[in-house]
Design a protein around this ligand. Sequence first.
Ligand code: SF4
Ligand code: SF4
Length: 394
Amino acid sequence: MHSTPLVFHPTRPHTDQAVTQYAERHPIVGSRVELQLLTTLRCNLKCTYCSIAEGEVLESQGNVSYSLAQLDTFITTHLSQHDVYVTFYGGEPTLNKSFMQDVMQAYPHFRFQLQTNGTLLDKLPSSMLARLSNVLVSIDGGEKVTDGFRGAGLYQRVLSKLAQTREHIAGSITARVTWSSDEISFDELDNLSKTFDYVYFQFVAGEAYTTAAIEGRKAVLAQLIARFFASTDTLYPFIPLMGCVRNKVMPQRAAELYDGKTQCRVSTHILNVMPDGKIYPCPDMMYLPEMLQGDLVNNWLQASPLQPHPNMPCETCAAYTWCRGNCMKNLYLAYVKGDQKYRQNVTDPICELVRFMGEEIDKYHPKAWFAQLPLALRKQITDCEVYEYVEIMP
Ligand code: SF4
Ligand code: SF4
């Protein structure tokens, strides 16, 4: 169990010893930090499963209300020793384009990512698109499923906006699929890999897991994994499969950037800053007062309160060396808050799917497969930059 986190009182280190002590007591673990700035809590869509809608967070605030000077004071005080990468998040972040522009101009040496529903991409100037290292576009598989969750015509609209802007986006474009529907098929996911540079999927944290639904997802996973290992000269760019294989071939990589904790970074180095400046580790838990980690306006920051807990089952789980506690929100609600219904209907079925994924991958002898890859492909598997921007595990 974690101890009560220390509130960080900034002091400028002047000696090697001071630098070491500074690093030891800093609330951010390691030298990188993802600063996820929620530019607004407004959105132009009404997706049925929106995770930000949990706890009625969506639409509870408008645009950012802190000033750029306050943001700068916070960054200078707490993050001046870190490699900072900014993700613009929301709501729909592009609804507050001017804030995005101001931040990009103020910190030209930072890396930037955009998490978007894709519908307003064409409203961003090419100068901004050229600065994005990765664009995460929410999409739900195929046209029928996407339009069912997001509204009629959405799938084609997003593809059209991507076609218009693609040549201006300098970085990668990653489909972000929330695997909510039983109807999402292998063909639909496979198609996304032809349009996007990468596909990231995450099992929905909702009550979607009947026995038939779990079996259906396992069947699709088995097809994806078979396709993944079918070639040694091209990459099948599914981030959870790439990451899982990386972790099996090099388990130490699963630990090194996260202090041995969850790869979604919530226990170590991601800060979700609400438009009012309040800071939380997980964007799906910003309604829980015990998750408050800092305040940009009042310029304080403490270690993440979302930490591994003895009640969580991970350390005795066969998947632990490569999964490392997939989703801390799911584990916290089920095993720390003790929500049995959530555990039975959400957390445990997702763990079953994660374990299945690992067992299925093992059938293809990932180390032997990896050994046959050309060096450029090995590099993609071991060091893909997109791992830094998503949770890796589904
Ligand atoms: S599968 Fe579940 S229990 Fe096992 S390590 Fe992952 S999150 Fe923990
Ligand atoms: S994977 Fe991590 S960031 Fe995503 S909901 Fe779970 S705890 Fe939060």
